[in-house]
Design a protein around this ligand. Structure first.
Ligand SMILES: NC(=O)c1ccc[n+]([C@@H]2O[C@H](COP(=O)([O-])OP(=O)(O)OC[C@H]3O[C@@H](n4cnc5c(N)ncnc54)[C@H](O)[C@@H]3O)[C@@H](O)[C@H]2O)c1
Length: 156
């Protein structure tokens, strides 16, 4: 089976985790390009991940890199336009959560996904796939634990 060629955008705290998984742990994926606005992270991609094709400009990566898909792990406010640009460039898209930070930009991403039914879009809300969360959701739906309430606290 041909490997899916992926370009990653964002190589910060979480981006490095996704990048290492793509580069070394996911058998059918190949990390072929990387993009970050932080030059030291591009050096990391070259030195630690063996990715020679690196970009400071996201649109340049979309236009020039040999990639089938992008993994977007940039700052949350960048996700939506990057999703739309990637889909419009014919790429499949994985984005870490959240989708975006305003409803308006989320709507733009939604419209891009609807514009491109030929491409795969996946939003990484990983807790949805966590067996313990799925179990808790099932128990709530079965009425086993009554009405759930959410409390948020902050120390001062
Ligand atoms: N699923 C989870 O559990 C989880 C955990 C942590 C973070 N996140 C999400 O992952 C995303 C990244 O978080 P982080 O903690 O790694 O952030 P970070 O600040 O450590 O890294 C952000 C990265 O985005 C890059 N970037 C920003 N703007 C860019 C642009 N225009 N083009 C290219 N690169 C750009 C930066 O260069 C940097 O590499 C956030 O959306 C965050 O909410 C999810």
């Amino acid at each position: 089976m041909r490997k899916v060629k992926v370009g990653i955008a964002g190589l910060g705290r979480l981006g490095k985790v996704h990048a290492r998984n793509l580069a070394f742990k996911i058998p059918n994926a190949e990390l072929t390009a990387a993009c970050s606005i932080i030059p030291a992270e591009l050096e990391y991609a070259r030195e630690e991940l063996g990715v020679a094709d690196v970009y400071e400009d996201y649109r340049e990566m979309l236009a020039q890199a040999d990639i089938d898909a992008v993994a977007i792990v940039t700052t949350s406010g960048e996700h939506c336009w990057q999703i739309a640009a990637a889909l419009d460039a014919g790429k499949h898209v994985f984005t870490d959560k959240p989708l975006g930070v305003t409803v308006e930009e989320c709507r733009l991403a939604e419209a891009a996904v609807e514009r491109h039914p030929e491409s795969v879009f996946f939003l990484g809300f990983m807790r949805r796939y966590d067996p313990s969360y799925a179990y808790a959701k099932k128990k709530i739906e079965e009425g086993v634990i009554g009405t759930p309430y959410m409390l948020k606290g902050a120390g001062i």
